[in-house]
Ligand binder design. Structure first.
Ligand code: BGC
Length: 413
């Protein structure tokens, strides 16, 4: 396809403006993630802009945030950085983000985006960030052959889950592929919290930080269930990257993984087919609810006009239907902008789209605390440390973990 034709497809003016360069900070380094980010590089190249990759290894983005802080405090911000939820507000308050209102008006973002998403992309009523997708966190990924070997259906409840895990263990298959990094433990934990406690409990605990939920009988059950899972992971789990854990499920060495649907990007990149080779099912107890995790890029104020032109091209491309479709087909997520053709999305994507709408209507759509959607960094970090410590050190009791949650939730003087 010619550059001009591609530009039309992306919804941008064929590049008449001088070429610039974008420097983009992100943490998309696994196989599926890299394929997705390539689509963005391609979209920029089509418009004649260069791409400088600032990819920081480390799922969940903790290391990327450290790099971002040093770049911005050093007076050398990138064009764009993968930033989410409350962090957009934190960076907005620092006065370093660019105003994107003109592009937003041109592309009618207010009409294209769900209201909560649009609000999250604004600081002080002005757009400063652009959303890419919606990930659902509360999935369980299952190798279909492994399930066949033990002759059981996908688990519908925690009892069925643990019964299945026992059978798999006896059959010599690692029941749960786990990557022992704090953010992965936190990801599993929030899914268990939703599955055991339900959406209202989840919201009280992790959005409202209500001490009565953070220290409660329900939280105790959540912690107990969470810890029970550990017995079904393998000894080599500590420090393993999430995509290595997914690879174990892909190869059939392990049967299941709790992970958001970026894991699907790995299955697809390995040539696996949903429902044939692997299953995407709601984690036990979470069929009627949805932990959302929205990836977005915040844009930084830039000096040079060419750099600003390239930045604008980046923003426009991200919100174009053609990009939202192709990116999300690779990434495992669903488009966040309206009007994208969902015809090419597989069953997991179709399901995620339907659940996103349905759970919003019945009020069981909740933001991911593990993926920086629910709380500012300081609170999220304190929770994450507690969850990881509880998982890794069996001497820590549920009561102690709950006391730490309550302390983490208390406003600091
Ligand atoms: C991001 C995903 C990413 C995952 C693993 C999450 O926080 O939202 O886009 O694929 O981390 O790196």
């Amino acid at each position: 396809m010619s550059r001009a034709a591609m530009a039309v497809l992306l919804g941008v003016a064929a590049a008449a403006a001088p070429a610039g360069e974008v420097e983009v900070l992100h943490w998309w380094t696994s196989g599926g993630e890299a394929k997705s980010v390539d689509e963005l590089k391609r979209a920029l190249a089509t418009q004649g802009h260069a791409w400088r990759d600032l990819a920081v290894q480390g799922g969940g983005g903790d290391a990327a945030m450290t790099v971002l802080r040093s770049r911005v405090t050093g007076g050398n911000p990138p064009t764009a950085a993968q930033l989410k939820g409350p962090a957009i507000q934190e960076w907005g308050r620092m006065g370093v983000l660019a105003n994107l209102d003109d592009v937003a008006t041109e592309q009618r973002w207010d009409a294209q985006l769900p209201k909560v998403v649009a609000e999250a992309m604004k600081y002080n009523g002005h757009y400063v960030a652009v959303p890419v997708n919606v990930h659902r966190v509360n999935w369980l990924w299952i190798n279909r052959d492994a399930l066949r070997k033990v002759g059981t259906r996908a688990p519908q409840s925690w009892d069925e889950f643990f019964a299945l895990a026992e059978k798999l263990q006896r059959a010599g298959i690692v029941p749960v592929a786990h990557g022992g990094q704090p953010w992965q433990e936190f990801t599993t934990f929030e899914t268990v919290a939703l599955g055991v406690g339900g959406a209202d409990f989840y919201r009280k605990a992790f959005v409202k930080l209500d001490p009565a939920a953070l220290k409660s009988g329900t939280m105790e059950s959540v912690l107990t269930t969470f810890r029970r899972i550990k017995a079904y992971t393998d000894k080599a789990a500590p420090r393993r990257d999430w995509n290595q854990a997914t690879a174990m499920v892909i190869r059939g060495e392990a049967a299941m993984q709790f992970m958001g649907d970026w894991a699907k990007g790995e299955f697809l990149a390995a040539g696996k087919v949903p429902n044939k080779d692997f299953l995407c099912v709601s984690a036990p107890g979470t069929e009627r609810s949805y932990i959302f995790n929205i990836d977005s890029f915040a844009m930084f104020q830039l000096q040079s006009a060419a750099a600003r032109t390239a930045q604008r091209a980046l923003v426009t491309s991200i919100m174009s239907p053609a990009f939202q479709e192709i990116f999300n087909l690779n990434k495992g997520s669903i488009p966040v902008a309206a009007g994208v053709n969902m015809g090419r999305f597989d069953l997991c994507g179709q399901e995620s789209g339907a659940y996103f709408t349905a759970t919003a209507m019945i009020n069981t759509l909740v933001p991911s605390i593990a993926h920086k959607m629910a709380q500012p960094a300081a609170v999220e970090d304190a929770f994450k440390e507690t969850v990881a410590a509880f998982w890794n050190d069996e001497r820590i009791t549920s009561a102690q973990a709950m006391d730490r949650f309550v302390a983490a939730a208390r406003p600091k003087p």
